[in-house]
Design a protein around this ligand. Sequence first.
Ligand code: XBP
Ligand code: MG
Length: 262
Amino acid sequence: MKALQALIFDVDGTLADTERDGHRVSFNRAFAEAGLDWDWTVGLYGELLAVTGGKERIRHYLDRYRPDFPRPADLDGFIAELHRAKTRHYTRLLSGGGIPLRPGVARLLKEARANGVRLAIATTTTPANVTALLEHSLAPGSTAWFDVIAAGDIVPAKKPAPDIYHHALEALRLEAADCLAFEDSHNGILSSRGARLGTVIAVNDYTREHDFTGALLVVDHLGEPDRPFQVLAGDAGQARYFDLALARRLHRRACVAVSQTS
Ligand code: XBP
Ligand code: MG
């Protein structure tokens, strides 16, 4: 039986609720700055989240909602410039400590580190955004807690493709069976399961109704000793919050399930 060696985390929606009050707000600031009348409301943004990656999301918005918008000759350059501005707004917003980590995240990261379980990140967001979140919402210097930060355009195909997880596993020099992934969305679990990773889901308001078929466990958040999680699918035994002991139990269970089917 393999021991659990690493935890691989998605970022947006998993480490922190960054989408509604972080990314969405920053997209809108970039649009206003560029003199565009585009307004991504909370509801519309929920629909747009089906497309991962900010540049890809802007392109999808134009195709789906603004077919009448006159396309600049250099559409790629136009989108890239808007997205650069959005990243500037987003990292500035985070630098004010604007978005806290979700319950249980900091506790679990610290427990893993203290017990020699390695940490990694696999996300579609821009690398600068990950650094800003970790440095301002976790701890100064905490980027170094992660052996691998796989982010953004480092792979050609973003989630739901498994490429970013394959990239993280290669950089860790580990196999999927050595690790657990943490995700919050349907696209996220398609990506992690596509890389054959056992996956734990912590839902949020945008993803509560998503399909999480194949998850080891679905909870409303990772929980704290004084703020228990609610189990939405799967079996957490007597656990009231997500800790390393539960991670190891789920990992063991996943290993047994794989060995029985192979
Ligand atoms: C979520 C995403 C990202 C962010 C925006 O990534 O799809 O595109 O919404 O970030 P994950 P960028 O859940 O995998 O962390 O604008 O930098 O793409
Ligand atoms: Mg996510």
